[in-house]
Design a protein around this ligand. Structure first.
Ligand SMILES: Nc1ncnc2c1ncn2[C@@H]1O[C@H](COP(=O)(O)OP(=O)(O)OP(=O)(O)O)[C@@H](O)[C@H]1O
Length: 319
């Protein structure tokens, strides 16, 4: 092949790459349909026909959902909508009655949680699962194993890690510094505040260098000062090319950092879209109000109220 041809081929390859880049992350979401279950240009997770029942109750009944790679997606919905159950199913902590789902095109059906973590999908928990009787650095090193339990930690880890231990500790220390937890390195995790535990859980999740980080209510129980710091950390995950999927009731956070919002109610996905479009969606307002949601609904209520007042004024003026 002559030089001109090589240049041309390279240029074509680059153009192809650039075209692909424009499909990834928040940019790829421009113009995506807001119908529940809409196709994404570059999905990292695809799930189909997932159901989970508890006795007579259908907690999750998701026909189809796709999560865009490199973007921050919020999963919202009233209490009991099935968000945490859906997280549990995707990450292997619970098994569905039916359905299939994949990460990077690889089926995760029947895959154990620690293997799911090693494949690139890690999660944090609504009530943090840091191990209180271990120190902060020990919790971090445990993260490298992909969320095995405390029993796994005790005896065999040195044998399993061998020479990797230094590398693991180095990585743990770097992450602790990034999350401003380095001063707490030798403290028991049980002595940390709620917000610091959330930070530790997030830092620990990064030990396996995940493609997809799933956060279950990262803001719950976090004081306002730490909230800002957590928001910054979540954004930085996206900035370094990772995908974030989080469950949250704090609508300020949802509005502030999400590129895309998926709404669940009674186990189903009822709406999707950008934060602004979703918050103005009647299906979303109905889903929340129908469930007498008890947390941060003031904004939705206010919007509805404002619309009513404006309509009344306009009616008066028209007379
Ligand atoms: N292990 C279980 N056994 C029985 N019912 C369960 C179990 N786990 C969840 N459920 C039920 O499934 C439904 C969905 O619960 P889930 O915790 O997934 O909702 P959620 O949207 O995460 O709610 P929240 O916002 O309050 O955390 C609820 O009615 C809940 O009571």
């Amino acid at each position: 092949m002559d030089a001109d041809m090589t240049d041309q081929t390279n240029a074509e390859n680059n153009a192809e790459k650039n075209a692909d880049m424009s499909k990834t992350g928040p940019a790829g979401l421009v113009g995506v349909s807001t119908e529940p279950g809409s196709k994404k240009p570059d999905p990292i997770v695809v799930a189909d026909n997932i159901t989970r029942t508890f006795g007579g109750l259908t907690a999750v009944d998701v026909d189809h959902v796709e999560i865009q790679r490199g973007a921050i997606t919020a999963l919202i919905g009233p209490n009991g909508a099935g968000k945490t159950t859906f997280f549990n199913l995707l990450t292997g902590f619970d098994q569905p009655n039916s359905g299939s789902w994949s990460l990077e095109g690889k089926s995760l059906k029947g895959v154990a949680p620690y293997k799911v973590a090693r494949l690139g999908m890690v999660r944090t928990f609504q009530l943090t699962k840091v191990l209180a009787k271990l120190t902060v650095i020990e919790n971090m090193r445990l993260g490298a194993t992909g969320q095995k339990g405390e029993r796994f930690w005790t005896a065999p880890f040195k044998f399993l890690w061998g020479n990797q231990e230094d590398e693991v500790t180095k990585k743990a220390d770097e992450l602790l510094a990034r999350f401003l937890l380095d001063k707490k390195r030798e403290d028991f995790a049980g002595s940390l505040s709620g917000g610091q535990r959330k930070l530790l859980e997030m830092a620990r999740a990064l030990m396996v260098d995940p493609e997809l980080v799933m956060l279950d209510e990262p803001m719950a129980g976090v004081n306002p000062a730490l909230k800002q710091s957590l928001l910054g950390h979540v954004k930085s995950l996206r900035d370094e090319g990772r995908t974030v999927l989080f469950v949250e009731h704090d609508m300020d956070m949802v509005r502030d950092i999400s590129d895309w919002v998926i709404v669940m109610a009674q186990g189903k996905i009822v709406a999707e879209g950008t934060p602004d479009s979703v918050m103005a969606d009647q299906r979303v307002i109905d889903a929340y109000l129908g469930a007498h949601h008890d947390t941060d609904l003031s904004e939705l209520d206010e919007e509805a109220l404002e619309a009513e007042v404006v309509a009344e004024i306009e009616e008066e003026e028209a007379k």
